[in-house]
Write a new protein. Structure first.
Length: 580
């Protein structure tokens, strides 16, 4: 008998074609950059050692790589956090009463507050290594991205149209199947657009995240943010120009390699499309869809998932099937809901009392009252700026969202404008204010909304793009036009998305106040009266009691707005203003 080795036949789908060959160099180039950047982020380092930083534009590609990797790591962490946290908050009523207020608290804490609290812990995790400082910077960027994405997915999961839910019941989808086949696809377009604005928000706060203060010493990590901070300190306008080009290059790379493919991919999750309507496209997504090898690899996660699910069903045949009609029993009675609200208020008051006792030795009662007035001044700025931004960007966002090809062509421009760090406008702001003797309290305010107004635009674009075509046709058949069309159709249709955008724009503006109310250009510093400038000055001085007081007051104001304004608007969007 003759023995022979078994032959392995290569499936036709696994044989690379020309599209695979075109895409493989891109993948290997990205892997090489990832490997090089990762090794640079884990070099030996002792706190107090000064890292080399130069304004020579030759170093900018390397700095851009370091900043881009930090933001990519923060984005992955934000996405994982969003999928878990938003799903639990939206699907489990008992947890919703806890998770949403906690998210309000987290969103109200400024980025500098997170850095002040966590940086020492991260450094202690990796003694003698730069990775600890890198983790602190990544966590700071994470806090500028995660809350926006979480609130977006939470809002989408709470506003799934009832007719689609009823259809899932008719098809006897389990709760898990309904989540992956209906609810996640419904929330995916909005989540992708909010991922874009979250990355832009990371670029906006990259200066604060890469210049970390530990025990009175400032660590300037190599990156675009540190490059900008050094250029401002040295009043180098040429370096500012190079930094703008670097940020633009980073936005274009993210747009081409990540967001444009995601926007084109999520277009298939739209409820419906008009006949002959142009669809968004991406050269990278086209390569991946036409390449045999990558098509096969894309099927691998689904295959693993199906095998795992089949194995679990074989192990537990007696388990009853859980259908979409089943309800989670973890609900709170009415009295427990009110008791939780009261407990939350008492806990907030107790925390503020503890902060007051902590800072009482360094800060008097008169100054505490002044800080409350500073918070009121910043509140007025935030409210006025959000109102003005809404008047401008809601009509523009609706116009763009109803034209997919326009949205695709302007998305990278909007990303660049959203990512434009306010620090780059400091020279212009300082020079104009001094040249024309302008009011600092008024004319530094636009810097607060410079990077956060785009939350409104991106979310309105997402909401307008999701309008079902049959409802557009119905509005046309009823003869709705002008203001009546806006009042009866467009505004209700985009209201959930607008609330998400305005809510995150307001939270981002509070954070931006720390950067914008205290502006510097070389040795010239202008300070506006407000809570942001108070926290910024205390951070520069290393005055921890005043940092704690400023953060506590900011949390108080932001949580008050969230509880008494944004939360009722969210509930109204979920209960009364739906595409049903």
């Amino acid at each position: 008998m003759r023995w022979s080795l078994p032959t392995v036949a290569v499936a036709p789908d696994l044989k690379p074609n020309l599209w695979d060959l075109a895409l493989i160099p891109v993948i290997f180039a990205l892997l090489a950059l990832l490997a090089y950047g990762s090794t640079q982020m884990t070099t030996p380092y002792d706190v107090g050692e000064k890292l080399a930083l130069s304004l020579d534009p030759v170093n900018l590609p390397y700095y851009l790589l370091r900043s881009a990797l930090r933001m990519a790591a923060a984005l992955l962490a934000s996405l994982a956090f969003t999928l878990v946290y938003a799903t639990l908050a939206a699907k489990v009523p008992a947890l919703e009463k806890v998770l949403v207020p906690v998210l309000d608290i987290l969103q109200s804490i400024p980025i500098l507050g997170f850095l002040s609290i966590t940086v020492a812990g991260f450094i202690a995790l990796f003694p003698g290594n730069l990775l600890g400082v890198e983790c602190a910077a990544i966590f700071a960027i994470f806090t500028s991205q995660a809350w926006n994405m979480t609130f977006s997915l939470y809002s989408s999961l709470k506003t799934v149209p009832n007719d689609l839910i009823e259809a899932s019941k008719v098809f006897h989808l389990s709760a898990w199947q309904r989540f992956w086949r209906l609810e996640m696809p419904w929330g995916m377009p909005g989540l992708v657009w909010n991922m874009m604005i979250s990355v832009s928000g990371g670029w906006f706060f990259v200066v604060a995240s890469e210049a970390i203060t530990v025990s009175g010493q400032t660590i300037m990590l190599p990156g675009v943010g540190s490059y900008i901070a050094l250029a401002i300190a040295e009043k180098n306008l040429e370096a500012i120009g190079w930094a703008i080009l670097a940020v633009l290059a980073g936005i274009v790379v993210y747009d081409q390699l990540m967001f444009r493919p995601l926007v084109a991919w999520t277009d298939k999750f739209r409820v419906d499309t008009a006949p002959g309507e142009q669809r968004p496209e991406s050269w990278l997504l086209t390569l991946m869809q036409r390449g045999r090898l990558f098509r096969a690899l894309a099927k691998l996660p689904g295959l693993v998932w199906d095998l795992t699910a089949a194995g679990l069903r074989r192990r537990r045949p007696e388990a009853p099937e859980f259908h979409a009609t089943d309800r989670l029993s973890l609900t709170l009675p009415a009295w427990a809901s009110h008791a939780w609200d009261a407990l939350l208020i008492l806990a907030t008051v107790a925390a503020l009392v503890q902060v007051g006792l902590f800072v009482h030795g360094s800060v008097g009662l008169i100054e505490m009252g002044q800080v409350l007035l500073y918070g009121l001044a910043t509140t007025v700025r935030v409210v006025v700026l959000i109102f003005l931004a809404s008047l401008i960007w809601v009509p523009i966002g609706v116009w763009i969202g109803q034209r997919p090809m326009v949205a695709q062509n302007v998305q990278w421009i909007a990303q660049f404008l959203a990512a434009f760090p306010a620090n780059l406008m400091f020279p212009v702001a300082v020079l104009l204010i001094l040249r024309f003797d302008l009011n600092v309290d008024v004319w530094t305010s636009p810097l607060m909304i410079l990077g956060t107004q785009w939350y409104i635009l991106f979310n309105v674009i997402s909401g307008a793009a999701a309008m079902p075509q049959d409802m557009k046709d119905a509005a046309g058949n009823l003869g709705l036009s002008g203001w009546l069309r806006w009042k009866k159709f467009i505004l209700p249709a985009i209201f959930p998305s607008y609330v998400t955008g305005a809510f995150n724009a307001a939270g981002g503006s509070w954070n931006a106040a720390i950067v914008s109310e205290l502006v510097s250009w070389g040795d010239t510093t202008l300070r506006a009266v407000g809570l942001g400038s108070y926290i910024a000055k205390a951070t520069v001085d290393g005055d921890f009691p005043r940092i704690a007081l400023g953060i506590a007051v900011m949390c108080l104001f932001v949580m008050g707005f969230n509880r008494f304004l944004w939360r009722p608007l969210y509930m109204r969007a979920a209960d009364r203003v739906r595409l049903d």
